[in-house]
Design a protein around this ligand. Structure first.
Ligand code: HAM
Length: 425
């Protein structure tokens, strides 16, 4: 039997319905904060991620899905969204054509060849937001606040961890301090971290294999080595988070797995106690636009894992949709049902027709199994009298309508739906 590719999921039925509602709510939240949708292709030239995300990152070294196309071009399935958006930002001259700040969001699939487990997939989905052309710490604050607004909407219990990882001026000095500190402990580090001392020493701080941050209490931290400008930025960020009522804890071990960050770095963890509880992460990346060949443009953003978010949303957060269905109780009723279905299709109610004639008992069993709320039946009598019999499956109440009284039917259905739908906003 052919099965789905490992680490990649199908989505259908009730889960797809709840997922769709979740995406709609997210869009409403970010659009009201004036983020506009931005779509980029699923694939890019691999060079973009090497340059953008960083040659030495796990994402680029170990986790990329890449292939040669028919002309031998080296292509990668996008492992994250920021590099693609920056590529498009430059390619379309957005810094020239649009007023700053340029605020955008994306929702879509991403691909990383990681070991699959609950909350970690090879195809997963992210909500991302990116803000270009604004270097203020307050915009970092708003960016983090936007992630919190999404989580608050879904009533999720979470914690924000913030850090500053400095800039081109102060980070190299700190990096040297780290190299010096860990060089004497090299043999106690895992194989990856032994290499990281040379290639990417900051990543030692969040290694889950040899876990240095748990073992050593006196590891130098970036926040003690920030230059004046970065220090001021970090303090103002904290002030703005206070004003936004975002409760962040300073966590000097947030270093992020992607190389493009400057100053602000943050992660949000859900208070579930489980693994894979990092639901969102991001920060400022003031050098990325120029590194990829654009004009110097400050930028900040985050991405939220939608599978992880989905798992945190209580199952009854969304009620299932109210569905009505029409059935024929005999062969002679089928054409009347077709007419009725056509009239119903002009109105904003969820209705479908099942044209295969059935006995009333079978109709009700079928409707019950399909969780239909209102059943409309046309039998011999109804054909004769040009009527349709409605049964409310919850209350058992029945009502006879004229087949042409569709407006009346729709009004009654919409009234019932208004009472039925949980208001989330
Ligand atoms: P990231 O931390 O690599 O950041 O990913 C963001 C979120 O995506 C994670 O916190 C997690 O919830 C989710 N995620 C990552 N990998 C997986 C996976 N294999 N399975 C399920 N969920 C996953 C970025 O991607 C940056 N582009 C964020 C950003 C935007 N920074 C600035 N702007």
């Amino acid at each position: 039997m052919i099965k789905a590719v490992k680490g990649m999921n199908d989505l259908f039925g009730k889960k797809a319905y709840r997922w769709g509602r979740m995406e709609e709510d997210i869009k409403t939240i970010v659009q009201t904060a004036n983020f506009t949708e931005f779509r980029t292709p699923i694939v890019e030239e691999i060079a973009l991620f090497k340059r953008g995300v960083g040659e030495t990152t796990d994402v680029v070294q170990k986790e990329m899905y890449d292939f040669l196309d028919k002309k031998g071009r080296h292509i990668a399935m996008r492992p994250e969204g920021t590099a693609s958006v920056v590529r498009a930002f430059i390619e379309h001259g957005i810094s020239i054509n649009e007023p700053a700040p340029f605020k955008l969001f994306y929702i879509g699939p991403f691909f990383r060849y990681e070991r699959p487990q609950k909350g970690r997939y090879r195809q997963f989905h992210q909500l991302g937001i990116e803000i270009f052309g604004d270097d203020t710490p307050q915009m970092d604050g708003e960016m983090i606040f936007t992630a919190c607004r999404v989580l608050e909407h879904f009533k999720i219990d979470y914690e924000v961890h913030i850090n500053s990882i400095g800039c081109k001026e102060c980070r190299p000095v700190y990096r040297e301090k780290l190299v010096e500190y860990f060089s004497s402990k090299k043999d106690k580090l895992c194989d990856d971290c032994q290499k990281r001392i040379e290639t990417n020493p900051l990543r030692l701080l969040d290694c889950k294999t040899c876990n240095p941050k748990e073992k050593y209490q006196d590891i130098p931290v970036m926040t003690d080595h920030l230059c004046e400008i970065c220090d001021d930025h970090f303090k103002k960020l904290q002030k703005s988070l206070e004003i936004f009522h975002v409760k962040g804890v300073i966590d000097p071990f947030i270093v992020r797995g992607l190389d493009y960050y400057t100053r602000t770095a943050f992660e949000i963890v859900a208070n579930t106690g489980g693994s894979q509880n990092a639901v969102a992460g991001g920060g400022r990346y003031d050098n990325l636009v120029s590194d990829i060949g654009g004009v110097d443009t400050p930028a900040t953003g985050f991405a939220m894992g939608l599978e992880r978010l989905f798992d945190l949303i209580p199952e009854d957060f969304y009620q299932p949709p109210m569905i009505s269905a029409g059935y024929a109780l005999c062969e002679e009723a089928v054409d009347d049902l077709v007419h009725f279905a056509k009239h119903m299709s002009h109105h904003p109610v969820t209705f479908f027709a099942d044209y295969k004639p059935r006995k009333i008992k079978k109709v009700l069993q079928k409707a019950d199994r399909s969780e239909i709320s209102f059943v409309f039946m046309v039998g011999e009598n109804e054909v004769k009298n040009k009527t349709v019999l409605m049964k409310n499956m919850k209350t058992g109440e029945q009502k006879l309508y004229g087949q042409h009284e569709v407006i009346l039917i729709v009004r009654d259905l919409m009234k019932a739906e208004a009472n039925f739908l949980k208001k989330n906003f």
